[in-house]
Design a protein around this ligand. Structure first.
Ligand SMILES: Nc1ncnc2c1ncn2[C@@H]1O[C@H](COP(=O)(O)OP(=O)(O)OP(=O)(O)O)[C@@H](O)[C@H]1O
Ligand SMILES: Nc1nc2c(c(=O)[nH]1)N=C(CO)CN2
Length: 161
């Protein structure tokens, strides 16, 4: 069984609709969906706030590349264009971690190297796995305790179904 943690983000157009489309795309493999968070952009590009969420997915015969490909297919279906690094996007699907796998392949770095510094990933991850461990980095709770969560707000009025 392959178990992956995926991070979703959108800051253009119907943000919740794009996240929901990703959830629907992963429906057969879906184990858990976090709350939706409204988050101030990190990365230095001036842009609209994001909606972020985290999914846990599982499939019996998948490997880590399967999850990357599935995420990229869904980004493409959403009409994503790669214009600016860390810039606006209709849908971003990052593979945060797959089981305990470490990968330094540039097309699939695992765990995703941005994760330890991103409250926009760690906070929603804790919703679905309160005892989560980021392989090689320790508990998600401890990683999050080092970070500011200013600008990361749970949207109780929005939900992915
Ligand atoms: N763990 C991963 N999850 C998703 N894409 C990855 C991962 N590791 C490497 N990549 C590669 O990153 C590229 C996509 O980068 P993308 O434009 O989505 O980055 P970004 O989301 O803007 O920035 P960041 O990766 O820092 O969140 C793809 O070529 C993909 O193969
Ligand atoms: N808050 C927030 N900021 C971002 C995000 C994101 O998902 N959330 N993704 C980016 C590009 O990957 C750039 N900046």
């Amino acid at each position: 069984m392959s178990r992956a943690v995926l991070s979703l983000g959108s800051n253009m157009g119907d943000r919740l609709g794009f996240l929901q489309a990703a959830v629907d795309g992963f429906r057969p493999e879906l184990v858990a969906v976090s709350s939706v968070y409204e988050t101030a952009p990190w990365g230095g590009v001036e842009q609209e706030d994001f909606l972020n969420a985290v999914l846990v997915v599982e499939a019996p015969d998948a490997d880590e590349w399967y999850w990357l490909r599935r995420g990229q297919d869904l980004e493409e279906q959403a009409g994503r264009e790669r214009l600016v690094r860390w810039g606006p996007r209709v849908l971003d699907v990052d593979v945060v971690a797959v089981d305990g796998i470490a990968s330094d392949h540039p097309d699939l770095l695992l765990p995703h190297p941005g994760t330890p510094d991103r409250a926009t990933v760690l906070l929603p991850w804790l919703d679905v796995e309160p005892d989560a461990v980021l392989p090689g980095h320790g508990s998600v709770r401890d990683l999050l305790a080092r970070l500011s969560t200013d600008g990361v707000h749970r949207r109780t009025d929005l939900a992915l179904t």
